[in-house]
Design a protein around this ligand. Structure first.
Ligand SMILES: *[C@@H]1O[C@H](CO)[C@@H](O)[C@H](O)[C@H]1NC(C)=O
Ligand SMILES: *[C@@H]1O[C@H](CO)[C@@H](O)[C@H](O)[C@H]1NC(C)=O
Ligand SMILES: *[C@@H]1O[C@H](CO)[C@@H](O)[C@H](O)[C@H]1NC(C)=O
Ligand SMILES: *[C@@H]1O[C@H](CO)[C@@H](O)[C@H](O)[C@H]1NC(C)=O
Ligand SMILES: *[C@@H]1O[C@H](CO)[C@@H](O)[C@H](O)[C@H]1NC(C)=O
Ligand SMILES: CC(=O)N[C@H]1CO[C@H](CO)[C@@H](O)[C@@H]1O
Length: 274
């Protein structure tokens, strides 16, 4: 009798859970999306349905209530906000979308630096931040996202060197940092040969004035700067020569006049003697 009752409650509970929403809204996703939205400007109103009621339940089913977001098991797993003319910094709270596998913010006007907090997105496989106005360094801690297979950062204003740590990302199949302001050597771990082919070819690195090493050319020869130094030396030497010549000429003329005047003075002084 008691056993039967237990069985009944168990079946009842299982049936109940089947009719409940697949999962309760995730507080991390809520904070991630709210903070992300608050930090951005959306002049073209592409994110019209990024509103408070929709943040409260971003993943009611497999489809999200929010433009550009995709859900999986009640969690945000993909954010594709490219071509949306978005402005502002990338909020560090992005790291609260802990199930994120794909983040595409390409072709917007995002500014500021790449948040180091991205390292907490341990499921991240695709990171596309290309064609924005991002500055500052590429965080070495991105290497913590071990599933990364796409890192596309081309066409920004990133500075500093390429972190060699990224070479440890064994799944990395797309790596593009072209058209930035990066400098220094290309890490061997990202440029080295596999057979006759570099891991990533020159097009991944082009358009960075001070980046060098395989698969790009060697460090820009000092020859040019030596020529420049010699040129500057010769130029300034010639200039100072001309300047001192002019000064001497003026001085000579002034003393000439002074002498002439003194002579005249002497003469006029002498005059009354006669
Ligand atoms: C939110 O906007 C996107 C694109 O504008 C649209 O595809 C989606 O259906 C909208 N969702 C809701 C719940 O209005
Ligand atoms: C970038 O986005 C704009 C709209 O904001 C679009 O017109 C343009 O074609 C996009 N360019 C690329 C290269 O995706
Ligand atoms: C962004 O625009 C480019 C060029 O117009 C297009 O190829 C790409 O598919 C667009 N991306 C999205 C997510 O709409
Ligand atoms: C080439 O890169 C791999 C990692 O992709 C690394 O294990 C290996 O030591 C590198 N070889 C050289 C010669 O740098
Ligand atoms: C470089 O690699 C990319 C993709 O990996 C390919 O599309 C491109 O044709 C390559 N360029 C050269 C010059 O080999
Ligand atoms: C729940 C929550 O807010 N978690 C984290 C969200 O991201 C910020 C910034 O990285 C962290 O400080 C929070 O702990």
């Amino acid at each position: 009798m008691i056993m039967k009752f237990f069985n009944f409650t168990l079946i009842f509970l299982i049936l109940m859970s089947a009719f409940l929403p697949p999962s309760t809204p995730d507080p991390d996703d809520q904070s991630c999306l709210t903070k992300l939205f608050e930090s951005m400007e959306d002049p073209n109103h592409n994110l019209m349905n990024w509103t408070q009621p929709n943040f409260a339940n971003p993943c009611p089913g497999s489809l999200s209530n929010l433009a550009g977001a995709t859900c999986n098991n009640g969690r945000i797993y993909k954010l594709s906000l490219s071509n949306f003319s978005l402005r502002g910094p990338i909020s560090p709270y992005i790291s609260n979308c802990t199930n994120l596998q794909s983040l595409d913010l390409s072709n917007n006007s995002f500014t500021g630096s790449i948040p180091t907090e991205l390292q907490y997105l341990v499921n991240l496989a695709v990171l596309k931040l290309s064609s924005n106005r991002l500055s500052g360094p590429i965080p070495p801690s991105l290497a913590m996202c071990v599933y990364l297979n796409v890192i596309d950062l081309h066409d920004n204003a990133l500075t500093g060197t390429i972190p060699p740590q990224l070479g440890s990302l064994v799944r990395l199949s797309v790596f593009d940092v072209s058209d930035n302001r990066l400098s220094g050597p290309i890490p061997a771990s990202l440029g080295n040969r596999t057979g006759n082919l570099p891991r990533f070819n020159a097009s991944s690195y082009s358009g960075n004035k001070d980046l060098y090493g395989y698969p790009l050319g060697p460090m820009k020869s000092k020859g040019l700067s030596v020529v420049a130094i010699v040129g500057i030396g010769l130029g300034s030497g010639l200039l100072s020569l001309m300047l001192s010549f002019t000064v001497v000429c003026i001085w000579l003329r002034v003393t000439d006049r002074k002498m002439a005047a003194e002579q005249e003075g002497k003469i006029t002084q002498l005059m009354p003697e006669y």
